[in-house]
Design a binder for this molecule. Structure first.
Ligand code: CTP
Ligand code: MG
Length: 389
């Protein structure tokens, strides 16, 4: 069963406000549309995703889905119904068996909702399936500030997306609806399907599949973002050479030797930069700042650390805690520890309580014991949004 997903994202998001259409606004560091695409793209039963957009938003679209390898987007219409119809027509050349039509604005739909609409097709009598939640609040009619009657909520449903259909049936239903002049305002595809006499199953919805609609929904979406924890380590060594100071954890420390390196040789910040890069599997400091590059000669290492933090946050990541251990006999780190923690906290934009700096000697053993150089190791723990890839 080949299943293709169509994400409609051609709306202008008027109710959400905010300058750009809501599907291009960031939640947890990523455009809402990217979250929606990743949800469907990562589902094992879905073979491909096509997005329907407003032609004016092509640049925003390209930015939002960069690197995901999606097919060319389809231009939508003035209403959701027209946008879905355009998407369905675009699939006609290579028709899937099942099409899932999904709102970009329901970016956090869980897999269980997708599983259920797909499972509904085990019943051969079913032409389509739509997730829904029962209506739990009492429903009353009323006007001019007074209630006038009651509505039985027992058979009322709050429908969500993705709505799944046998592709030929939905395409025919949309074509029939389009032929009915003046009827282009269906707010979902169940309406189109029912008008065409199709059989649509009710499957379990989920509050997490809510539609970002009003400005306040962005905070709700942010709160619903699931994070997974990552931790990574870093290690660095620099050799002593001539000089009268060393840079350690961003602090200039007077010493009877200097540290040799292409940059300022701050082993503490280098180890920590590698730890942060490790949390996002983004290579190491040498990949980002090659020692062969003249730009980094004598460079202050705070910019390396700041760049690693930027890369974590660009992915919507939150830095929870960092911990550096400096390994040397001298200089003594203790008197500088407060300044070092403060400096790292400032570079990373963290509260100082999330920054730890420790030091140890190696009991005069090894190269650090012989005072030939300084070693540093670091740990960083971050949280990354689940949908980041
Ligand atoms: N949509 C679409 N084409 C349209 C109108 C809507 O593809 N002409 C899409 C939206 O991008 C959204 C989904 O249909 O993903 C549901 O619509 P809605 O939540 O109403 O979004 P907007 O129409 O963008 O928002 P608003 O109604 O507040 O302007
Ligand atoms: Mg709308």
């Amino acid at each position: 069963m080949r299943i293709h997903a169509l994400i409609v994202a051609a709306g202008s998001g008027i109710r959400a406000g905010g300058g750009v259409p809501k599907q291009y606004r960031a939640v947890a560091g990523q455009p809402l549309l990217r979250h929606a695409v990743l949800r469907l793209l990562n589902h094992p039963a879905i073979s491909g995703v096509t997005v329907v957009i407003n032609a004016n938003c092509l640049a925003l679209y390209n930015q939002a889905v960069a690197g995901l390898g999606l097919p060319a987007p389809v231009c939508g219409g003035a209403t959701r119904q027209e946008s879905v119809a355009a998407g369905l027509e675009a699939l006609a050349g290579d028709p899937p068996e099942i099409v899932l039509v999904h709102d970009a604005a329901r970016a956090f739909v869980p897999d269980t909702v997708i599983d259920a609409v797909i499972a509904a097709f085990a019943d051969a009598a079913v032409d389509g399936a739509c997730p829904a939640l029962p209506q739990i609040d009492s429903l009353r009619s009323g006007e001019a500030g007074r209630y006038s009657g009651s509505i039985d909520r027992g058979n009322l449903w709050r429908v969500q997306t993705p709505q799944a259909f046998r592709y030929p049936a939905l395409l025919a239903a949309h074509r029939a609806a389009a032929a009915n002049e003046g009827e282009s305002a269906a707010t979902d595809d169940v309406a189109i399907a029912l008008a065409a006499g199709l059989c649509v199953a009710i499957t379990p919805g989920d509050e997490r599949a809510f539609k970002v609609t009003e400005a306040s929904d962005f905070a709700k979406a942010q709160g619903m973002t699931a994070y997974s924890s990552r931790a990574a380590s870093g290690f660095d060594v620099h050799r002593f050479g001539p000089g009268d100071h060393v840079w350690l954890c961003g602090i200039k420390v007077a010493h009877d030797a200097g540290l040799i390196g292409h940059s300022d040789a701050d082993a503490g910040l280098h180890a920590l930069t590698d730890a942060l890069l490790g949390t996002i599997a983004a290579g190491d400091i040498g990949d980002h700042f090659p020692p062969t590059d003249e730009r980094w000669r004598g460079a202050a290492s705070d910019q390396f650390l700041a760049h690693a933090a930027y890369l974590v946050r660009e992915r919507g990541g939150l830095i929870d805690h960092v911990d550096v251990t400096l390994i040397c006999e001298r200089p003594k780190v203790g008197p500088h520890r407060v300044a070092m923690r403060g400096r790292i906290a400032a570079i990373l934009g963290l509260d100082v309580s999330r920054v730890s700096v420790k030091a140890t000697t190696t009991e005069k053993l090894g190269f650090t014991g012989r005072q030939e150089g300084i070693a540093a190791q670091a740990m960083a723990s971050v949280r990354l949004p689940e949908s980041v890839s």
